[in-house]
Design a protein. Structure first.
Length: 303
């Protein structure tokens, strides 16, 4: 029977009941060569439903002094498929690993960080129905993603390519002005400036494309998850940038709005703040402020 190592929500009894229809019996173990980390939830609907802006994750270090504690469970093949279904919404990858106890087990990691996994992770991977394999070439370990196999109504097997990610394209009027804004005000770095008035900027795991005069209209909205909204706000104010809407507690996140020189709005959120009351205001795309009544109804602040 397969072994499944969990460092996150699959250790919770309510998640086990809803996913497997029973409580699992497990043993404590550790995942060596990794360290705990978090990743921003890209699906705004999932973030709203879970009440979180970040998922727990693990990052490969290869170091003997880093370990992630968790629980290893013995489950059935159908239960492993059920775990795949549970992790699919978060876009997590099932990876074969060796635990501190020496046992071989499956563990889920964020698909966006899978390419950083090196030597400790060998053999097969599984991404919500997408089989993958690891090719070894000297000291280089590349993860090759195969195609999903599905059958049409005639029983003929078809292949669909796997998705790798999404990067927002932010339309701007003057490319250099926008580059200066994202670098100076928000601490991004320029990845490249290409022909056709197109550029890419990034900070940590956040990537944005900037396009002058094409590929959209100014006034685009982009959601960005961060570790700490308050800390970022301090950075912004030190650079002379005030928020379009201040940090506010909502059911889905502790969130503020920033606006770039072209009126594009960045919704930037981190985990809800337990020490702050729930917010009762919101600024819409036209700049109109809305307020929520004690009964939960929203109305324009200007009447």
């Amino acid at each position: 029977m397969p072994l499944l190592f969990s460092y996150g929500t699959l250790q919770q009894e309510d998640v086990q009941q809803s996913t497997f229809g029973r409580l699992l019996r497990g043993e404590r173990d550790e995942l060596p060569g990794f360290e705990p980390s978090v990743v921003a939830i890209q699906d705004s609907r999932l973030a709203a439903e879970s009440g979180r802006t970040h998922h727990a994750n693990v990052t490969f270090t290869g170091g003997l002094d880093t370990r992630v504690p968790g629980t290893v469970f013995e489950i059935t093949e159908p239960e492993l498929a059920a775990a795949d279904d549970y992790e699919r919404r978060a876009a997590y990858v099932r990876v074969a690993v060796t635990l501190a106890s020496g046992r071989q087990a499956w563990v889920y990691v964020d698909a966006r960080s899978a390419s950083a996994i090196r030597g400790e992770v060998g053999g097969a991977m599984h991404i919500a129905g997408i089989e993958t394999r690891q090719a070894h070439a000297g000291d280089v370990h590349e993860i090759a993603v195969a195609h999903v196999e599905s059958k049409d109504l005639d029983g003929v097997t078809a292949r669909r390519p796997g998705f790798e990610g999404a990067t927002p394209i932010v339309p701007v009027r003057q490319l250099q002005v926008s580059i200066d804004f994202y670098v100076t005000m928000l601490g991004f770095e320029v990845r490249f400036v290409g022909p056709g008035k197109f550029a890419a900027v990034s900070r940590d795991r956040c990537d944005l494309f900037l396009c002058e005069g094409d590929q959209g209209h100014p006034g685009t909205w982009v959601w960005i998850g961060v570790e700490d909204v308050e800390a970022l706000l301090e950075e912004c104010r030190a650079s002379g940038l005030e928020p379009r809407h201040p940090p506010t507690n909502y059911p889905w996140a502790y969130e503020m709005q920033l606006e770039d020189p072209d009126g594009n709005v960045l919704r930037i959120g981190s985990e809800r703040r337990a020490d702050r009351p729930d917010g009762a205001s919101w600024r819409d795309m036209r700049g109109v402020r809305w307020v929520r009544s004690p009964a939960g109804e929203w109305s324009r602040a200007d009447g």
